[in-house]
Structures are given as structure tokens and as C-alpha cells.
Design a protein around this ligand. Sequence first.
Ligand code: PLP
Length: 519
Amino acid sequence: MKQADLIRCAAQRGERLGKSQVSQYVSGKTVPRRDVMRLLADILSVDAAWLAGADMQGACAKGAGAGKAASSGGRASARREAARRGPSSRDSAHVASQAAAPVPSSSVSQRSIPMREFKKSSKLDNVLYDVRGPVADEAARMESEGLRILKLNIGNPAPFGFRTPDEVVTDMRQQLPECEGYSDSRGLFSARKAIMQYAQLKGLPNVGMDDIYTGNGVSELIQLCMNALLDTGDEILIPSPDYPLWTACATLAGGTPVHYICDEEAEWNPDLADLESKVTSATKAIVIINPNNPTGAVYPREVLEQIVEIARKHQLMIFSDEIYDRLCMDGIEHVSIASLAPDLPCVTFSGLSKSHMIAGYRIGWMILSGNKRCMRDFVLGVNMLSNMRLCSNVPAQSIVQTALGGHQSVKGYVAPGGRVYEQRNYVYEALNAIPGITAVKPKAAFYIFPKMDVERFNITDDEQFALDLLHEKRILITRGGGFNWGKPDHFRIVYLPRMGILREALDDLADFFEHYRQN
Ligand code: PLP
């Protein structure tokens, strides 16, 4: 049977088939719609599923002389589909079940065209976010079976009893009716004014209202900046360990994250020689996370000055993530690196997720400062991306002014006697009392990044360690590798739970390490 015969047969049945349509089916360029597939199967007296490419081994040909022309088209498209999908046991099971069980013709036509599989973008191949990664998935699976898991993996204050200040909640409730529309894409005037005043107090130079952007958390703004700045192949210096979103967003944007080492022996301050040795002609920017997640380090002014010097020498932008800047302990004053670099292009990030314990409202901001002339084009990119997302969550913007002004309840948490302060002291002492574990005392935030003696515990795989701890003690931590730390010898604990729970957790950890040897 020729293609023209197919068209004629269809016309005899009162159906229209175009010549080019049929030749496209035959060449395998397009797959016929279900009704067309049914019509073709009818004309050719073959099974529609077989015609669509399912390997039905004898279950297919209802009549002799099944049309070669049309069937080669159907099978070609099926092969194309199979090649696109790749080998998969799910596919063969699907085909086998089709072959084994004949189904009514109406449902055959429903299922006759195998649906292609949708794979994630290869852009995600090198992207990692283990704070909520495979070990956290295993914890969720265990919870679904009714087990109780202590989650020390994520810095989410509210579940541990850190409540949003009442005044903030009251003010949001009151303003809610006025927050129904989109705001200016950078944010409400009142929010940006309060952020600008905050920037003034921190000594950020050359900041106007248009240099402030609110975001759905700092997270959105990190992503936005990486997309606005990085071309394929551009390098950006990011600390190791880092808050992994930075590396993930730089990678997704097509850039190349280059990690500089933060030195545990030097209270986790950046190793400046390592940092400078990694600058190349492709380097565009330095990221610092200060105060640091996961180490709890706060960089002294002298260290910041030297980073500025390196940025100045090599003409680099500075991105400074300061979301924990109001959570410093031991009387340490936080210095914004941008305040030391009036001649350099700087972007400073902060928000209310941590200092105001309202991670769920999703409000953060970034401030452009210093040399804005040299980042004019970058700013055009930022504006374009900011406009494209319309604006950040408006109810959350409406409480920025309240949150940043007046009494700061967070001060009580980080002062002696406060929860964060006392919990930090306890966890630090208890970890260092465990044979084979050492930890630098965090100066800010609510994380600690202990080191394990890998020889003593025979640890070669930190994800396996995290899984072993989860299975044995039902404690969920994040492995050091999740923070782009190169060796399997660290993990991060979030010390937000109340003292009683922390004591239990640390007893369990001590018990675990007493006998743990990785297989
Ligand atoms: N930056 C750092 C260093 C963080 O630790 C976090 C969250 O843990 C974020 C940014 C994200 O903050 P946000 O809740 O504002 O998106």
C-alpha cells in the first residue's frame, strides 16, 4: 500500500488525511494524533498500539499485508521516542504488560502512544543542596513510617519556639488589606527607606533608594544576581565551606564557582593567600558569607580590609551575605565589608529570616553600594530580572519598617542568659568532650561545624555517616560535603532546639561516636 492509497482509503471513510501529514508520519517526524492513529490502524488492519511503536510480538498484526509504508513511519517515531528516553526498566515493564494483557480498543487508543519521559535539565547536574538533600529525604521517609526524627539540618527558627515578635505580626495583620497589589519591583517605599537607614547605620557608602531591592528571601536575590552577572565561563570566588545556594546559583547561571578555603586553624577565617591564588583573568567577583554559615565565624575588620585589597587589586565585585549580622555574640561588632570599600562595586545581602525569626514570611533585601558607575550594566540586568519577577511578597515588605526599628528582641537571644548564647556554649562544650570530635566556637548565627577524626571512625563517605547517624539515633544533620567542603570530615549541627532536646541529642551523638566505625 502506498501513501496515496492511505489518503484515498481515508477519504472513502469520510476522513481527510493530508499528503504532507502522511509523509511526515512515514518519515517519523511527527506522531499521529490518537484519532488519526486509530484511523490508520483501521485502514491497515493492524493494532493501534503496535502502529505506535509498542513491541507486541505477535499480538499486533490482525491482518496480512500490513501496510509497510505507514508502519515504518509509526515505528520510526517510536524508535526516536525510545532513543530519547533511553533504556529504562519502567518502559520494558510497560510494554510487557501491554503485550501480555489485551485491552479494549478504546483504552488501547488512549494508551497507544507511549508518553515520553521528562528529564530534569542537565544544568542541574552539578547543583547540590544537601541541606534538604537525599539524607533529608530518607528522614522524611522514616517519618512517614511514624518514626520521630530530630532535625538539626536546617536553620528554621520557628519550629524550635523562636517566635516572631508580636508587634511584627500585629502590624502585618493591620496592613494586609493594603497589600493586595504588586508593589514597585524593588519594593515598598517604607521598606526600602527602613533598609536605607539600616545601611546608613552600618556605614554603607553611596546608597540611594534605587539601590535597594527587596526579595522573597535573600535566596531569590542570590539567584537574581548570579543570573545578572555571570556569563558561561566567568569565575566567581566562593568560600569553602559555603552556604551552598551560592555555588548552586552560580553554577545554574552558567558561571564557574571557584572555592577558596576558610581555615579552621584560624577560627575559620578566609585563607587570603589561597583566595588570591585562585584569582584568574576570568574571575569577576568574590563572595563572602559573614557571619558565616556553616562555621559561625565573624570576620575581623583586618581580614575584611585585606579582602577589599585583593578585590581592588584584581578589579572584582564583592557580594557579602550578611543575613546573620544581628546574631553576633560575645560583644563582637559586625562590620559590613561594603563600609570599607567605597571605591568598589559591592552588593550586601540581609533579611528578616534569621534575626527576626520569620523565615517563613520570605523577606530579604540587597543593597548596592560604593562604585556604582562600573556596575551600571550589571544594574540594568538586575532591574530586568527584578521587573520580570514583578515584586517580592508585599505583606512581608510591609513589616520591614516595624522589624528594623525600635526594640530588637534578637538581642536578648544572643546575650549571656539568652537561648542562642547558652545553647551555643552548651553544644560547643559537649561536642569537644566527645573523643574524636573537635569544634571551633561559633561567634554568631546558630550553627556549629565540628570535625571528625576520620581515621578513628574510619570515615570515607560523609553522606554514609549522616545516614548511619540518622538510622541509629534518628538525628538528622547535614554532612560537610553539603557545604562544598572537600573532605568527608565535617558535619553541621543547627543548635536551635531547646536545651533539654540538645542535651539528649548530644548524649546520643556521644554514644554513637563511642562505637562508630564506618564499613
Ligand atoms: N544566606 C545564608 C548564609 C543562609 O544561611 C540562608 C539560609 O539559611 C540564606 C541566605 C537564605 O535566606 P532567606 O531565608 O532570606 O532566603
